[in-house]
Design a protein around this ligand. Structure first.
Ligand code: SF4
Ligand code: NI
Ligand code: NI
Length: 708
């Protein structure tokens, strides 16, 4: 069979199945029955992205199938093959959505099936920063379970996100391989149609981050080809259905690598590689993915894929807990003569000397020296420790400063992991990432309890306090320049963040100090200096300098951006905002939802739905993405009256920001315990109940002018 015949036959087969399944469902439930995937604002995301039409019922699904049929032309041109591939993918989506009728939960662990919008937003930042350098879609059954595990491990240790479809899922279970979104190995489902759930991620990424208009299929495919670094690994034997799905992948720009020998080859797109141990290299080359190599001399793996790994009490060898005993982590700028490069010292017992399951003290001081080093960079480097230590396989880290908590697993211990290896990791990563400012680096790790107490109370805490004082005096008025950040342009080509001391980047990860450090580390990098010499309106936070910068950095897509208004020329959002706020007309206020919150808001929208109102680097007055810490800023919506507009937040977020927000409210308006006046999901999820609550509490927003 030629490639044409295979694809057409596979497409026809899937189409037939889909038609049958839809008719059967209509017979069973009636044509008006609602169909949808859970936790998405994009209906059937693939069909919506390709056609611009949202499907809501079985009758509409049937109409959609007729549209799919028009893609299934049977000329023998490349385009017919591609479009039949796309048609096959859309059919797969229809088959999958039928599994979710009536709120059914068709997938059980370890399989995920459909992935929520929230997952895509979470993947945004690491995809942008290259922390996730690629997305592998592995399909079928490997010749042996060991080969399956080896292949997955090879990608995992490069930080690549892996999705699995078919028998490989059982093969990994068989050898006890740990899977899950937290370690970036996501089993989708065992039927081949489950592959649509990763396509759905790629296409929603285009809508969310790329501002691609639903229905603009050409731009959509251009986006996935250029910006979604995915590829397919398909084990022999391939049947026509898999080949047809493969044609769909290729249409999106994702090369397919297989060990099937008699398959028609398409240069750079359909590649036969019989040796599975070479698939990793072949795939990366075909998709042009470059991996940053970090060679660290430790007995376990080190990769960003292990960042989300959790170590349970029963799997843990020892733990360190800053909330119970004295701990600290600290970067300390020293004179070059005081630092011996790559010296790592452990003062106190090693892991071998600690009791199994015991709670211990730990304090590490990373001494750095360099001509361009500034004490302002210390917290920037220190904040990366969490990420560095977490990337160690079998080691878990949370918290910061003197409240960190570390667990070392029994497996890591058995592999020979020692305290000194934490030093090795800190040394290597600091030198790698901060080479522009750090010339010499030395690490001292204290595990001796008395020494930890001394370091914590006499060295670290005084330094933290001094830093906090400095941070508190940093205001937008007190600095001479702001910074741009365009890191997210890899995904949202016209998005620009303007980062100021009182307004951090919307991802929550880039403060003004971070941006400043990034700029000095890499002067041609993502963060550029923006002067603020020509103010237009101080209340709105508009400047000629800022306008010029965003115009240039957005390649002309943006003309004006204000720093302090949500209504007039608000800052754009890429997609990776921690929170989103939107105006609530009945109370003259705004509602804020954080990404973790899955429930309903008084706007009648979930976080996902609010988020779909903005993003993609466009300005949408009335909705704005922002970081959590911005909520307690004196500059939050300053032009519209500031934080007294906040009428509702999820309880968890409210508790997270309470201390700082209450302080700001007190300073600005003399209100005590402002958060008590703000609604949450336990009080109201509809505007009427909310306004009732606000009236009872005398919330100041009710007396303000309407925003629209
Ligand atoms: Fe992206 Fe803005 Fe965060 Fe930079 S500051 S990484 S552009 S969200
Ligand atoms: Ni103490
Ligand atoms: Ni972003």
């Amino acid at each position: 069979m030629t490639l044409f015949e295979s694809v057409f036959a596979g497409n026809d087969a899937v189409y037939g199945l889909t038609e049958g399944a839809i008719n059967q469902a209509i017979e069973k439930y009636g044509a008006d029955k609602a169909v949808s995937f859970p936790d998405t604002a994009y209906s059937l995301p693939c069909y919506y992205a390709v056609t611009g039409t949202k499907v809501g019922t079985l009758a509409e699904l049937k109409d959609a199938l007729a549209v799919v049929k028009t893609l299934m032309t049977r000329e023998k041109r490349t385009n017919d093959v591609f479009m039949s591939g796309v048609a096959t993918a859309l059919c797969a989506e229809f088959i999958e959505v039928l599994k979710y009728i009536d709120g059914a939960v068709p997938y059980e662990a370890p399989c995920y099936g459909h992935l929520a919008d929230a997952v895509i937003r979470e993947l945004g930042v690491p995809l942008v920063t290259g922390d996730i350098p690629g997305v592998a879609v592995i399909l079928g059954k490997a010749p042996s379970a060991q080969e399956a595990a080896d292949l997955v491990k090879s990608y995992q240790s490069q930080g690549i996100l892996i999705t699995l479809v078919g028998d490989i899922i059982d093969q990994l279970e068989e050898v006890g391989y740990k899977t899950g979104a937290n370690v970036r190995v996501i089993p989708l489902g065992k039927d081949v149609t489950a592959v649509i759930h990763v396509v759905s991620v790629a296409l929603r990424a285009a809508l969310i981050f790329g501002n691609v208009k639903p229905g603009d299929a050409a731009t959509l495919m251009d986006y996935t080809m250029k910006r979604v670094p995915a590829f397919v690994n398909a084990f022999a034997p391939l049947n026509d259905v898999i080949v047809a799905c493969g044609a769909g992948a290729i249409a999106l720009g994702f090369p397919v690598i297989t060990n099937q020998e008699d398959v028609a080859r398409v240069p750079k797109s359909l590649i036969c590689q019989k040796d599975i141990s070479k698939w990793n290299a072949t795939s990366l080359e075909a998709r042009d993915i470059k991996i940053k190599i970090t060679n660290i001399d430790i007995p376990v793996a080190f990769a960003s894929a292990f960042e989300g790994e959790i170590i349970r009490r029963k799997d843990m060898q020892v733990e360190f807990d800053g909330s119970r005993v004295d701990c600290a982590e600290l970067v300390h700028t020293c004179d070059a003569s005081e630092v011996e490069d790559h010296k790592i010292t452990v003062v106190g017992p090693e892991v071998d000397d600690m009791e199994l399951g015991s709670k211990n003290s730990i304090a590490y001081v990373v001494k750095v020296a360099g001509k361009n080093m500034q004490p302002d960079f210390e917290p920037v480097i220190e904040r990366k420790f969490h990420n560095y230590i977490n990337c160690i396989e079998g080691v878990y880290h949370t918290g910061q400063r003197d409240m960190q908590r570390i667990r070392i697993s029994k497996d890591a211990f058995a592999a020979g992991f020692k305290i000194k290896h934490i030093g090795e990791v800190l040394y290597t990563q600091v030198k790698n990432e901060f080479d522009a400012v750090v010339d010499k680096c030395e690490v001292i790790i204290y595990t001796d309890p008395a020494e930890c107490t001394r370091i914590r109370h006499e060295v670290a805490i005084p330094i933290f306090e001094k830093r906090d004082d400095r941070l508190n005096t940093l205001t937008d008025e007190s600095v001479d320049v702001y910074y741009s950040c365009i890191l997210c342009q890899a995904f949202s080509p016209s998005h620009v963040c303007v980062v100021t001391p009182e307004r951090l980047g919307l991802c929550g990860a880039v403060s003004w100090l971070d941006a400043k450090a990034t700029n000095e580390l890499d002067p041609n990098g993502p963060c550029q200096v923006i002067t603020k010499e020509r103010p237009i309106d101080e209340n709105l936070g508009s400047y000629e300098d800022v306008d010029e910068a965003v115009k240039k950095l957005s390649q002309g897509a943006l003309e004006h951006v204000t720093l302090y208004s949500i209504m007039q020329d608000p800052m754009t959002s890429c997609g990776c905002f921690e929170c989103i706020c939107g105006i609530e007309p009945f109370s003259n206020g705004v509602v804020i939802a954080n990404r973790e919150y899955a429930g309903m808001t008084p706007l009648g929208m979930t976080f996902s739905e609010m988020a779909s109102m903005t993003g993609g680097g466009v300005q949408t007055p009335g909705f704005m993405g922002h970081g959590k810490h911005f909520i307690s800023s004196k500059k939050f919506m300053k032009a519209e009256g500031g934080i007294e507009r906040i009428v509702w937040m999820p309880k968890e977020l409210k508790e997270f920001v309470a201390e700082r927000l209450n302080k700001t409210a007190n300073e600005l308006y003399g209100i005590e315990n402002f958060t008590d006046m703000i609604g949450d999901e336990t009080i109201a999820t509809d505007p009427e109940t909310l306004v009732g609550f606000l009236t009872e509490k005398g919330h100041p927003a009710l007396a303000l002018d309407p925003m629209m």
